[in-house]
Design a protein around this ligand. Structure first.
Ligand SMILES: CCCCCCCCCCCCC/C=C/C(=O)SCCNC(=O)CCNC(=O)[C@H](O)C(C)(C)COP(=O)(O)OP(=O)(O)OC[C@H]1O[C@@H](n2cnc3c(N)ncnc32)[C@H](O)[C@@H]1OP(=O)(O)O
Ligand SMILES: Cc1cc2nc3c(=O)[nH]c(=O)nc-3n(C[C@H](O)[C@H](O)[C@H](O)COP(=O)(O)OP(=O)(O)OC[C@H]3O[C@@H](n4cnc5c(N)ncnc54)[C@H](O)[C@@H]3O)c2cc1C
Length: 664
């Protein structure tokens, strides 16, 4: 039968050890074992079913999410799951919910910005879920501009309290997930005011709802901000609005790792940089980069399997049509996304290491790598989420008409994913942060301060401004050193050109605004270089398993040459490569697609996704697409009755009217 046979035959063609590739994708044998076990546990639990999600009303959808979250928590306790296993379980439940913010932002904020004492007081309550917290930073009038927040936290020396207040409509907290209906507590960001003096934005732990009856505490107005894009999707989350009317909290509920307010109302700064107040965002941006590879690989898995099952045109001698995956156009759209999923996986792994490293240094009062960590998390968050959002939509198109059906899993995946381009920092705003970092790095060249970390290549500025690409034949593009040099030269030249243009302005801030579109492009070039170089570094590690390394090399080259092809204007206009070399890169890319083609299904099998996680009829492991699509259609509530509700009121009168007109 079509589908079954197609995927079985594809799997038999694989030229590498899929089980070993699963280990590489997971990160380690241990992680693979955990994720495999937990994903099956979730898939086999009827409470975690997802198939009716797009058909539920908002209220039913939300209640069902609460049910799942409670059940997940019960299972975590019953099975005594470790922190790692519990996080995997929440991941595979695959439904945005207040738990994400509680574990993903509220707890990390207390850990990162609270003193030892504050951590000892609040963390046990949060870990046991005796309180549920969210992260209330954004306001109706201010999201990107954190320093523009209007909420005030005024110290009252009489009572040793802060008075939290929303002075204007635009100061209403707006967007925090988990706030609308669930959280009992929040970390609220507001302006610290002591003795009428404004000391800027700080975090405060504020109780919002009673722990007895869940009613808002006096002075607090709270609710959900309403339906969001798509059906199902992010509507399982209670993004909320919150207003304070002179709400009092004890002084020790200001998070005081960065600065402390004494009983006398004196502000004392610690020796840590004030930017640690932004620390949770760095943590979550890093996490978002890792998650981008999950969302993209999921869409790619669906589109790849379906492309092997779907046949159109080109009758072969045996009377069957051509698998659409064999069309070069399909390959040239699909395989770069497959390669990007792997690329984002590895850069995510590296970023996790960078984040851990920066944290260890912070514990030892070494703050030197913080700017680099900020630039990398901001830039890579922007790059990977934009590419993933676009990639999911491309996968929908790659699945033709059926991709538009909710049962393909792609519309909901797209709807749930796209806010990642906005939350945790709008992607353009974040690239502008990277651009500032690059301009600063360029301006310090020659000052004796050597660039470090991901900007170390900028130390070779003279060589990179002059070098000529050595490619003479298509295969030369397979050399990592050739690819790296082209990407480094492009990024270097774009940053230097931006810095030179900026230097022409008397007022640097005005210049920065004027040149911001170019600066963003320079930031993108730098971030793409990071992704390419981390993929190449990954390949330098010991990679066991028959054929595994070869496949990864092909994917790495596809990623790099695809980006080169997409941004050809940059590479040509900066003189990094010639038009002839560009056309050789294109020829090499075509040849790489042919190399990956027989392995495509095995490469997506290596993600080890259950059908439950994919939640897609088109992406089923067994390829049994058509019977299941047919079956799925009949489950739609519209098909509960043969004659629809409303027939007598609305259809019949029209038909009768037509009949009369026809007689006239
Ligand atoms: C689905 C299941 C997954 C589960 C996974 C768990 C994850 C959790 C779930 C995810 C759900 C998402 C929920 C979403 C939450 C949110 O969106 S929370 C709100 C996020 N908000 C933002 O991101 C706001 C973006 N804006 C900013 O970050 C800042 O305003 C700014 C743009 C960086 C500007 O800052 P500002 O202080 O005004 O000015 P600058 O001059 O630019 O910066 C001053 C110096 O500080 C440095 N810096 C800036 N940010 C940081 C940082 N984060 N860390 C370290 N350093 C930083 C900057 O480089 C400047 O340095 P110098 O040049 O050296 O002075
Ligand atoms: C689903 C979702 C969940 C969220 N969850 C939370 C949460 O839990 N807690 C929380 O506190 N917040 C949360 N947020 C808010 C989120 O962090 C902000 O929406 C985000 O930081 C973007 O800010 P903004 O909405 O103010 O966008 P704006 O800054 O108003 O952006 C509008 C446009 O202006 C452009 N722009 C803005 N500034 C500049 C500039 N300097 N230069 C050039 N262009 C610029 C942007 O690129 C964008 O095109 C959430 C948002 C969403 C969508």
């Amino acid at each position: 039968m079509a589908g079954f046979d197609d995927l079985a035959s594809e799997r038999s063609k694989a030229q590498f050890d899929v089980e070993e590739m699963k280990v590489i994708w997971a990160g380690s044998r241990h992680t693979l074992e955990v994720s495999d076990r937990i994903s099956r546990l979730v898939a086999n639990d009827p409470v975690f079913r997802k198939d009716t999600r797009t058909m539920l009303s908002r209220k039913d959808l939300f209640k069902n999410t609460l049910r799942k979250a409670a059940h997940a928590w019960k299972r975590i306790i019953e099975l005594r799951l470790s922190e790692e296993e519990a996080a995997e379980l929440r991941f595979y439940v695959d439904e945005p919910a207040f738990m994400d913010l509680h574990w993903g932002m509220f707890i990390p904020t207390i850990k990162g910005q609270g003193t030892e004492e504050q951590q000892q007081k609040w963390l046990p309550l949060a870990y046991k879920m005796k309180i549920i917290g969210c992260y209330a930073q954004t306001e109706l009038g201010h999201g990107s501009n954190v320093q523009g927040l209007e909420t005030t936290a005024t110290f009252d020396p009489q009572t040793d309290e802060f008075i939290i207040h929303s002075p204007t409509l635009t100061s209403s907290k707006w967007w925090p997930g988990g706030l609308g209906k669930v959280s009992t507590h929040a970390v609220v960001y507001g302006r610290l005011i002591i003795d009428s003096k404004d000391y800027g934005v700080n975090g405060f732990i504020v109780q919002l709802r009673s722990l007895d009856d869940h009613l808002p505490l006096p002075g607090i107005t709270i609710g959900d901000i309403g339906m969001k894009f798509g059906s199902g999707a992010y509507n399982t989350m209670d993004n909320g609005v919150l207003r304070f009317d002179h709400v009092r909290i004890p002084r020790d509920q200001m998070l005081m790792r960065v600065s402390q307010v004494t009983r006398e109302g004196k502000l004392v700064q610690s020796n840590v940089p004030w930017q640690l107040v932004y620390g949770t965002m760095v943590y979550v941006r890093q996490k978002i980069v890792s998650d981008a590879s999950c969302a993209l690989s999921r869409a790619v898995c669906i589109a790849t399997r379906y492309s092997a099952v779907r046949r159109q045109f080109g009758l072969q001698s045996n009377g069957i049509e051509t698998q659409v995956i064999d069309y070069k156009t399909q390959q040239s759209r699909l395989f770069p996304l497959l390669a990007s999923a792997y690329a984002f996986r590895f850069v995510g792994e590296w970023l996790k290491w960078l984040y851990m490293d920066v944290n260890q240094r912070l514990q030892a009062s070494d703050f030197s790598t913080l700017p680099e960590a900020h630039a990398c998390t901001a830039g890579l968050k922007s790059l990977t989420t934009s590419a993933t959002a676009d990639g999911i939509e491309e996968c929908r198109k790659l699945c033709g008409g059926h991709g538009y059906l909710c049962s393909s899993g792609l519309p909901e995946l797209f709807a749930v994913y796209i806010p990642a381009c906005t939350y945790e920092g709008d992607n353009i705003v974040l690239l502008l942060q990277v651009a500032r970092f690059l301009i600063k790095t360029v301006s310090q060249l020659g000052s004796g301060k050597e660039p470090v970390g991901t900007t170390v290549y900028m130390g070779r500025v003279e060589q990179l401004m002059q070098c000529h690409c050595a490619v003479q034949k298509a295969e030369d593009w397979l050399k990592p050193s050739v690819i790296l040099e082209a990407f480094e030269a492009r990024s270097m030249r774009m940053s230097v050109a931006s810095a030179q243009n900026l230097a022409k302005f008397d007022n640097q801030e005005e210049g920065f605004l004027e040149l911001s579109a170019d600066l963003v492009q320079a930031a993108v070039a730098h971030c793409q270089l990071i992704v390419v170089s981390k993929f190449i570094e990954k390949l330098q590690q010991d990679i066991p398993g028959k054929g595994v390394k070869g496949q990864l090399e092909a994917l790495c080259n596809i990623y790099a040459l695809f980006i080169l092809h997409k941004h050809l204007g940059d590479f040509l206009s900066t003189g990094c490569i010639t038009p002839k070399q560009a056309s050789l890169a294109n020829a090499q890319l075509r040849s790489l697609y042919s190399q990956v083609r027989p392995n495509a299904i095995a490469l997506v099998d290596a993600f080890n996704y259950t059908d439950h996680y994919l939640s897609s009829v088109l992406g089923r492991y067994d390829g049994n697409v058509y019977p299941k699509l047919y079956e799925e259609a009949w489950k739609d509530p519209l098909n509960d009755s043969v004659v629809p509700d409303g027939y007598q009121e609305y259809i019949q009168p029209i038909l009768k009217q037509q009949l009369r007109n026809a007689r006239l």
